[in-house]
Design a protein around this ligand. Sequence first.
Ligand code: CS2
Length: 492
Amino acid sequence: MTHPPRLNAARLGGLPAAIERPTYDRGRVRSGIVHLGIGAFHRAHQAVYTEDVLKSGDLAWGIVGASLRSPDTRDALVPQDSLYTIAVRETSGETLRVVGSILDVVVAPEDPEALIARMSDPDVAIISLTVTEKGYCHDPATGRLDEAHPDVVHDLANPQRPRSALGFITAAIARRRAAGTRPFTVMSCDNLPANGQTLKGILTRFADLVSPELGRHVREAISFPDTMIDRIVPATTDADRSHIAGALGLTDAWPIMTEPFTQWVIEDRFVSGRPAWEKFGATLVEDVAPYEAMKLRLLNGSHSALSYLGYLAGYQTVAEAIADEAIAAYVAALMEDSTVTLTLPEGADVAGYKRSLIERFRNTALKHRTWQIAMDGSQKLPQRLLGTIRDRLARGLPVERHALAVAAWMRYVTGVDEAGEPIDVRDPLAAEFRALADAAGRDAEKLVAALMGVRAVFGEDLASNATFVKAVTAALASLFDKGAKATVASYG
Ligand code: CS2
């Protein structure tokens, strides 16, 4: 098969007229942002808001992307001048746009010094991150730095050759401070509760371990806005690549597939300025917490429940799972149960929000795999499900539906599906879960006791809460006996 020529700056003019593209002079754009974790989510979200800022004529905010692990994104993007396509898909059709806000991509492990140098450039005012939950090297149950994490241990011993986001940010802060360069803002765009404040706590502790003066400097000079970020971005497939090549007449090695919906709520706390993202749809507020709890508990909580139950029931994608009316009814009821725990943003139409979530999940043009969302459950459960469970228990409310989602996660991490086939469980604690599951066998009571003993996920309180333990055990026993489809039907 012959491929069409590669997308690049020189070929932009030949794109079909309907495809939006950069209209500003990319050669004049300065690098105001270094983004750590240049994955699909960033390219569908922050990079697009920033593209609109550049198009409006403010050229101070180009993005240098960094991969903290693999060279794949750099290898895909740099040969095409870091340009890429975003395909906004809905059941009725698709809109394409070529984005130019990313100027360059660097691969941290190949040359850690080069990344520290980029981050220390005086033009840089913001370091942003999408490194996923596990990239924070923290204890998910408490939100504190995990000082025994191998990357933390490594980075404290090798401050000039770090591996983790924490190590790179700290090295750049120290270097800028020594050079008298203005401080930057550190903006987390991951799905963590109070992501800015949580990162501040983790990073300050890390810097304190480097030196108390550096810790003080981080506390006083660096700002960490909280953000709520929302857009569904399934992993790109080879079928997507061929489809985009056909539409562009050019090969894009890594186009991004996403939905029309996009939302960004940002705490306005930037020590060295920021792009006017609010002109292009972002909401700047003083307190992100109500938006974030609503999104994490309703969208992501439902997503995790759908992914474990859906996977076990044999559904490949979220759209397939939610098309099962028993699952749809369960998810709607789960969201109702979560809603009472929320302090809503002023003027929020929560009923409309929940309806729109179900619609978004039903988008059949997005092939969002249940397996993709099921990844890293140990890092996701606390903020998506367990916080809601704690709040309901404290009010004496039943927790059966949320317990079913937790039980489905437990059933999933046993690593064997309902047909006896292996499940490729991706999680930093996957091996530990598998060993606990193998020892417990199909005994729900034993498995619940073993997994709830993992304090990094469940904390100190939940394992000794009889109401919760009983609810999870009953749900898990039913999942083992009757399977996910039959079980979910009795929880709607
Ligand atoms: C998903 C999220 O993979 C997951 O865990 O729940 O990536 C989700 O699609 C986004 O948070 C939506 O904004």
